[in-house]
Structures are given as C-alpha cells and as structure tokens.
Design a protein. Structure first.
Lengths: 243, 592
C-alpha cells in the first residue's frame, strides 16, 4: 500500500518533468492563405458546423505547447486527486466522529506543534531560495535548508508516533487514533514524494535540463511543497479541534 | 530524476523492438496496448458470465468436463455456491474496471486524442507508458485472486462490508483473494489517475494552431470530461480501499460495527459503519458509470455525423450535455443506497437529482436523432454499432427512471431489474461504443479495413442477442427475483422464473458464440484486410489527414485548423465535406 502511495506521488512528479511538447519555437505560423476572402462565421444555426465557426477571425487561438506551462498545468491538476483522497478520509473522519458513543479523545502529542512550525519554515526557506534563484544568486543553500527541514518534519512525525505508541495508543486503539495514524501517515507518504521532487529541483542544473529551466523545476517543487504544508495545516487543525 | 536527461526528440521513432512496441511511449502504441488488454479481459469476463448462466438455467446439473478445469469450484461437476459468488464478483470487477474503463478511455482516447487535436503525442509520454503498465499489473493481481488459497473473493464488485472486511470467516474467497481484489483496485486507481492527468494536460496544452476548444471533435470533449470524472472519483475509491485493508489487516474498525456475530463467532471490532463504505464506494461508483459510457457517447456522435454525412446537430448543446451528465453524476450516489436506511428526505433529493440526468441524456439522444434525420446514411459496421449504442442507451436508460424513484426502488433494489438495466445502459451500450470505435478507427490503428460483411452478421446477432438476454431480466426483477442468488429453485414464487432463465442462457450462449466472428474479423483484417487509404470514411477530423497507420511523429508539420469538426454535406463543396485543415477559402467557395 505504501508503495502504491509512493509511486502515486513520485510518479506524478517525475512524469510531470518530462513533457512531449516540442521546445518553444518561433511564434506560430499560419498556412499561407490566398485568394478568396474568408466566409463570415456562421452563428445561430445549431445544426451547422461544429461550434467553432469558420473563417480566419476565429482561427484565432494559437497552440500554447510551452513545455514549462504544460508541466505547471500538470502539477496543478495532480493536486486535485490528492485533495480528493484526503477529502474522502476527512469525510470518513467526520462521519465516524458523528457516530459518537465510543469516540475517545487521545491527547495530541505536543511535538506536532514543533513539526508544524518546521514545515512552515521550510516553505518560507523554499520561497527565499526561489527569490535568490530569480535574482541570479546561489539558491542551493536555501534549498538544502528546505530539504533538511522537510526531513526533520518527517522525523518529527515518526517521533510523535513513537510517543503515542509508547503511551499504548496504537492504530486500532480508538477510532480517533485510527484516523490519527491514517491522516498523518498518508500525509507523510505524500510529503516524502515531495522530498524526492525537492531533491531533483535542488540538483537541477542552472542552465536547465531537458526542456525545463531550473526556475520551472523549482516552481513545480514549490507548488507541491506548499500544498503539502497547507494540507498539513488543515489536517492538524482537524485533529486538534474536531475531536 | 534521470528521466529528463537525454530525452529523445519526440518525433524520432525508437529503434529497438522493446522501446517501440513493449515499453513504448508512443500514444498510438499505448492506446493499442490498452485496447488489447480490454480485448483479453472482456473474453475472460464473458467466460465467467457463461458459467453463471449455466448454473442459473440448469441448477445443480453435472458438467463433468468443468470439474477438470475448476477442481474445487466445480468439484464433481456441480457448481459450489461459493464459486458462483466468486464468478459474480470477478465478472463484475473485470468488466467494470478492465474493460469498460480501459478500452473507451485508455484505448481509443490514447490512440486518437493527440491525432484529433493535432499533437505529436500526449503531454507526458513517460507517465502515459507508466499508466498502462500499472493498469496491466492491476489486472494480473486481480486474476491472481483465482489461484490463491480460498480462491477469488465473493463480495461482488461493490465489496460491501462487513463481509468484505472480515476475512475467511465470511467465506473462502474472503481471505487472500479479497486482499488481492482490494490491492488490484488500488493499483488500477493509480493507473487511471496518471492517465486522467495526462488527458487533461494534453487537451489543455497540446492543441495545434486554430484548434480552439469549440473546434474539438466531440470525442475529445468526451475524453476530457471522463478524465475529470476519473481524477475526482478514483482517489475516493483508493481511500476507501485503504480503510478496508486496514480493517482487514490492522485491526481498525472503520467499517465494522460492534457486536457482530458471524458464523457463530463474536467479531472483535466495534463502532464502525458499513454504510460509510457505501457512501465512499458510490461516490466513486456513480461517476464510474459515466466514465464507462461518456467516451462511447463521444464516439457515437463522431460516427453518426460521419456516416449520416451531416454536421452534428447542436454541437454546443452536446458539449454542455456531456458536462451536465458528468457534473450531476457526482451528486446522485445516494440512489444506490435507498434501502440503506437513509432519511426519506435525502432519498427525495437524490431521486430528484437522479431523474434530472434524464434532461441532458434526452438532449444527447434527440441531437443524435437530429443528426441522422434526413441524412444520406451509409450503413457501415461502425454506423450500425453507433446506432445500436443509441438504441441500447435509450432502451436501458428508461429502466433508470423506474429505479431512480425511491418508492419503486424499495421493491426493485437488488433484483434482476437492476442487472438488466445497468447491463443495457452502461455495459452493453459501452461495448457497442467500443465495437463502433474499433470498426471506425481500425483502419487508422492497423492500416487495414475490417471486413464489413462479417461485421454486419456479428452486429445483427449481437444486437438481437443482448436484448434477448437483458430485457427478460427486467421481467425477472418485477417478479421479485433477487440478483446474485446461486439458485432460485428454493423459492416457490420463483418457480415460473426457470423458463426465462433458460431463454436468457441460450441467448447468452448464442451471443457469446457470435463474438468469435468479431475475433476472426479482427485477426483476419489485421493481416489480410484491404489496405486502408488515408481517409477511408471521408471524415473531416485531423486523424484522417495522416497515413494509415500514422507515422511515429503523427504529423510532419503542425497542422493548422480552419474549420469546425463536422462540416459534412456542405452545399456546393467539391466533395460533400470540408476537412478541418482545408483552407478557409474552401467553405466560401462551397457557398458561392
């Protein structure tokens, strides 16, 4: 299961970074058109043509096909299923909590506050790194800091699990604890995928690789990483206040 | 992250056999691989249904030759009840996931989408290759469930807990077989998600010059909508599967209530809710129905316009209706759960939303009829199957108007009425969409034409056959015959059902036999069929501007699109159609 989750997140990451779009070229050409003037677009006749109408005016939209843009679009699209997965878990959580009776509260380990802070700072470091990169400076120290903080977060989450387990609270102890391990675990796996992406972005050469410039690699990693941070905030608030 | 190193130029065909035909990143090869996967899976699924039909028509009959194949399931030649349930489960799972979700989207979509929008490949070819191979692994894991101890799972394709969450105490297949079932579905989810991501990014970012959204063929709109549905519904199924696995293997109680006594044993779980699974499952399950059928709708629109030699009637209304069906599909899952004890107020809401899907469905149907109305129809096999699609979609869909009403559903729920309904409207209709797509795109896929005469015989037997199989099931349902029962002979009130069961079984036997004609047609045509020209159907969309089969890079130069996708029957045109790439002057010339 963990393996599938991991492939899920890393597969998306690696795949995103290799697009089939051709390199950005000169502005799009149009086939030479000679002779007759274009027909006026036909409107109002529902049975005519396929929506698009004809004629040169509406030949308008040019193809985008910018590999960077496609990769960024792909990354945003990839966030949707991750969000849906967590929405499924959270709605199950809310329903289960509503069933009441045996819902036993478990104290949330205080370590989670520290971990949350670490993750937030890692996002700030990443943004700082991107700004330095844009200004042409050495971004790598900031990116390494982000990575380090990310690893620290995962370690902190594991330590919190150990703490709970030490108190005799396991996966199946109470419904709340089941969800606690489920949500933190699923988030941790997705975040681990983000660590791989961050590593790739950190190692990305200054002059770009394949068809993606370094700034785009950083942007892709940043979209995913900040999303993981926001997702964690949401989950943490849920685990704290919806008990 | 080395994938991005030395990425080959996309339009350079790979040299080695392995990278060209096996681990291919070419969308055309991947599409054909998906198509073959569904081709194999559909015959496995049909074989299972034939075994079920044998049992239903001739309960407890001895089939000695089957005892040799299924040593435990058919020990002594008589089918064990558990084996029947395993057949039900595996038939449903194979058909829904590895046929209905695989060929229409992964197969035809992968093959034709980049061609139709004028792209050289999908947006992320590596991801595309990965999604096929992940899906294939899912299929292998599912089939493996037959061969593990205890055999295949018994819980039906919906895998309802508590029985699916318990293990072998709930039946032999509920041990390892059930675990494999869940894992297979989870793997399938991952493959589908990767595919959906690719479809969306491709449609949004890879269109060629002049290919505005509203100039895309309706097939592209259908694949796009399907991808949105997959992207939002499969994660929920994946999540539900994770919870079920934890319940089974880690002692949690997400779906297992307390105080459960199974086979005389008190189950050590408490507090969970089996209904929660139903909500999660059907939140996925209903969109899944549309994932299966919407690509067929797209292919039908494309084919009806091509062979009626008329523009599609109401292009924008068709696009809107596809979206409306997709959107409404997310708010109707409760109609699968009317008898779960839900509040009658919720049932009314779900019922109203469900019946409102009739509106966009009617728009589509009427527009299809408007498209062929007064057309110079060319009755090719592709056209016949597309017309069959419309017939089955309407014929099966009408049953949904009954089932969508809670008061009627209370009686018809889990009867053969439901089985007849969904087989016609999403099973067989989607299969007809695939047949239509195969006959239509075969020349492009394999460079040769399929045999029309053989195809027509196949069509007639199949159309009559499926109605003969699934229409009587509605009558069985009205009689009150429960579905998934191993036999009805223990119930006095079902005494008159045996005649219908025999009829259905014979119809199934004949229909399934007729599929051999299709197999022969495919293989014969692949090697001996007439060589296909570039545009054998005189169609207008971009895939027909390429050679059959298209070269690795699809288009030597980016095509430029000047027209909508369905310019057929243009008055005054030299040919009666104008291709999307024809210069803008073509239309003006035709008009004057």
């Amino acid at each position: 299961m963990t393996a599938t989750l991991l492939t899920h997140s890393t597969g998306v990451l690696t795949g995103i970074l290799t697009t089939s779009a051709p390199p950005v070229e000169a502005p799009p050409r149009r086939a030479p058109i000679g002779g007759l003037p274009p027909a006026p677009p036909i409107t109002g006749d529902w049975s005519r043509g396929g929506g698009g109408g004809d004629g040169e005016e509406s030949a308008g939209r040019e193809s985008a096909r910018d590999p960077s843009q496609i990769a960024i679009t792909g990354m945003w699209i990839a966030l949707a299923p991750i969000l849906m997965l967590f929405m499924a878990f959270v709605s199950a959580y809310v329903v289960r909590q509503g069933l009441g009776r045996d819902w036993v509260r478990v104290p949330v380990p205080g370590l989670l506050w520290v971990n949350t802070l670490v993750l937030l700072v890692s996002s700030l470091a990443l943004e700082r790194g991107r700004r330095v990169d844009r200004a042409g400076g050495r971004a790598r120290p900031w990116l390494m800091a982000t990575l380090g903080l990310g690893i620290l977060f995962v370690g902190g989450q594991l330590a919190a699990w150990r703490q709970l387990a030490g108190q005799g609270v396991g996966l199946s102890t109470t419904p709340y604890s089941s969800f606690f391990y489920l949500l933190t675990g699923a988030h941790g796996l997705h975040l681990a995928g983000g660590l791989l992406g961050l590593t790739a972005a950190t190692l990305w050469p200054e002059r770009g690789l394949g068809r993606l410039p370094r700034s785009v690699a950083l942007q892709l990693a940043a979209i995913y990483w900040h999303f993981m941070g926001l997702l964690w905030l949401g989950l943490f608030l849920l685990l704290l206040f919806w008990r | 992250m080395s994938v991005a190193h030395h990425h080959p130029a996309v339009h350079e065909a790979p040299k080695s056999f392995i990278t060209r035909w096996i681990f291919s990143k070419d969308h055309k090869v991947i599409g054909i691989q998906y198509w073959w996967l569904a081709f194999v899976a559909v015959f496995v699924g049909m074989a299972l249904s034939l075994l079920m039909r044998l049992q239903l028509a001739f309960p407890s009959h001895q089939w000695p030759f089957l005892a040799n194949i299924f040593k435990t399931g058919m020990a002594g030649g008589v089918m064990a009840p558990e084996f029947y349930l395993a057949l039900v489960t595996m038939h449903g799972t194979i058909m829904v996931f590895f046929v209905l979700t695989t060929a229409p989207q992964g197969g035809f979509g992968n093959f034709a989408l980049p061609l139709q929008i004028g792209a050289r490949d999908m947006a992320f070819p590596t991801l595309n290759m990965l999604s096929f191979w992940v899906t294939l692994v899912g299929f292998v894991v599912l089939i493996a469930a037959f061969f593990v101890e205890g055999g295949a799972p018994l819980g039906g394709w919906t895998g309802y807990p508590p029985l699916s969450a318990l293990g072998t105490i709930a039946g032999p297949g509920q041990g390892m077989g059930m675990n494999l079932w869940i894992i297979s579905i989870a793997i399938f989810c991952v493959g589908s998600l990767l595919g959906a991501l690719n479809f969306l990014a491709t449609t949004l970012g890879m269109r060629t010059h002049g290919m505005s959204l509203l100039r895309m063929p309706l097939t592209c709109w259908a694949w796009f909508t399907t991808a949105v549905l997959a992207l939002l519904s499969f994660p929920v199924l994946f999540g539900a599967g994770v919870l079920l696995l934890l319940d089974r293997n880690a002692g949690t109680s997400f779906f297992l209530p307390g105080g459960l006594v199974v086979a005389g044993e008190l189950i050590d779980h408490r507090g969970g809710s089996p209904i929660l699974w139903q909500h999660l499952f059907w939140f996925f399950g209903h969109p899944e129905v549309y994932i299966a059928i919407i690509p067929g709708m797209g292919a039908t629109s494309q084919i009806l316009a091509t062979f009626a030699r008329k523009p599609i009637f109401g292009y924008r209304a068709m696009v809107g209706a596809i979206f409306a069906i997709g959107l409404l599909g997310f708010f109707v899952w409760g109609h699968h759960m009317f008898i779960s004890g839900m509040s009658p107020y919720s049932s009314v809401v779900f019922s109203l939303l469900t019946l409102s899907i009739g509106v966009p469905s009617a728009i589509k149907t009427v527009n299809w009829l408007g498209t062929i109305w007064g057309g110079k129809i060319r009755f090719t096999c592709a056209m016949l199957f597309a017309l069959g699609f419309v017939s089955l979609f309407v014929g099966g869909g009408l049953g949904g108007i009954f089932l969508g009403q809670p008061s009627i559903d209370l009686f018809l729920h889990d009867t053969y009425f439901v089985v007849g309904h969904f087989h016609l409207v999403m099973g067989v209709a989607a299969i007809f969409g695939m047949f239509a797509g195969t006959f239509y795109w075969f020349p492009k896929m394999f460079g040769r034409m399929m045999h029309e005469g053989l195809g027509k015989v196949h069509f007639v037997i199949t159309l009559l056959g499926v109605y003969a199989i699934f229409m009587p099931m509605h009558a069985l349902g009205v009689m009150g015959h429960p579905r998934r029962y191993y036999t009805g002979t223990n119930f006095e009130y079902l005494g008159s059902a045996s005649g219908l069961h025999t009829l259905i079984t014979w119809a199934a036997f004949i229909t399934i036999s007729a599929q051999v004609l299709f197999v022969i047609n495919v293989f014969w045509s692949m090697f001996r069929g007439k060589r296909a020209a570039e545009n054998p159907w005189e169609a207008t969309t971009l895939e027909w501007t390429t050679p059959s089969p298209p070269p690795h890079e699809n288009f030597p130069e980016d095509p430029v699109v000047h027209h909508g996708p369905y310019e057929y029957g243009v008055p005054g045109a030299a040919r009666d159609y104008i291709m999307q790439t024809d210069p803008p002057a073509a239309m003006a010339a035709a008009k004057h």
